[in-house]
Design a protein around this ligand. Sequence first.
Ligand code: AHG
Ligand code: MN
Ligand code: MN
Ligand code: MN
Length: 327
Amino acid sequence: MQTLAQYLTSQSLPSSLEKLIFTLADTSKTISLAVRNGALAGVLGATEQENIQGETQKKLDIITNDMLKESLKADLAVRGLASEEEDHIVEANNEGQYLVCFDPLDGSSNIDINSLVGTIFSVLPMQKPVSQGSLTEQHFLQSGRHQVTAGYMLYGPSTMMALTTGQGVQFFTLDPNSQEYLLTNDNVNISPDTAEFAINMSNQRFWEAPMQTYIDELLLGTLGPREKAFNMRWIAAMVGDVHRVLSRGGLFTYPADHKNPKKPFKLRLMYEANPMAWLVEQSGGKASTGYENILDIEPEHIHQRVAVILGSRNEVDICLRHHQGDN
Ligand code: AHG
Ligand code: MN
Ligand code: MN
Ligand code: MN
């Protein structure tokens, strides 16, 4: 099995980008250990602080954010970073060519029940020269099409990393003995059709009409237009749900809802939706808000939220037809 190092060498990436991927991979090993130690290390539970999204931060949200912030700031390739747990962008190194957006701990409500969590990352190029002035949020506001690397680490029964640099999607599994990431799937492919969907059904009454009718159709099973019984899964960690979709197909959505009129969307564009959308596209699937391709959105804010529909392309297309009023 190829190690991550051997795999990256074969890809002829710019050496600074290769090094940056190592920084992320190495930090995830420390995060994996902290997550695995759980109560033994006293890292479970919540703090009294809130992040900019108004979510109460778990201890591990802060610990993992600090780990990534520290290692990325020490990487000379990094110009700056944006994180779910940082209200504002953070400057790193003046000469750095890359900007890193990350969700240090996705699914953090799962941490206290010893269930799936992960880390999501998206790397953007530093496009505009920072003449005299300092780095601004403006530098980060690039569509997902500009990503040069994206992926996630999943801290499950095994620790895994999904990676794309624009050459398909690869899965690596962390060998607990050697602490090396080993290539375990070099050609992740999402089946175009599926009979599995993922949505938080408890929000049903708050969804818009197109999602209501689409899900109603799935629930009809063999009596519905696709004449097949659909199964449902919900991990409450996007990283786990997307990993399932990449592994065996499916449709995952966190649609718009009017539960809280001030907050119609849940997932964040720059460090949740964009990296996952690119991974999904790179494995033959599709990702949309219902009305536009996620990767085409021109961001207005680093913490901006969006509706997300992604996965097996034929099923996503059917869902999109409902949004276009064709069903
Ligand atoms: P985070 O833990 O980083 O704040 O993200 C949680 C997100 C996402 O991972 C998951 O799909 C969704 O929130 C779960 O939402 P519900 O609590 O509505 O199930
Ligand atoms: Mn959160
Ligand atoms: Mn998240
Ligand atoms: Mn998070």
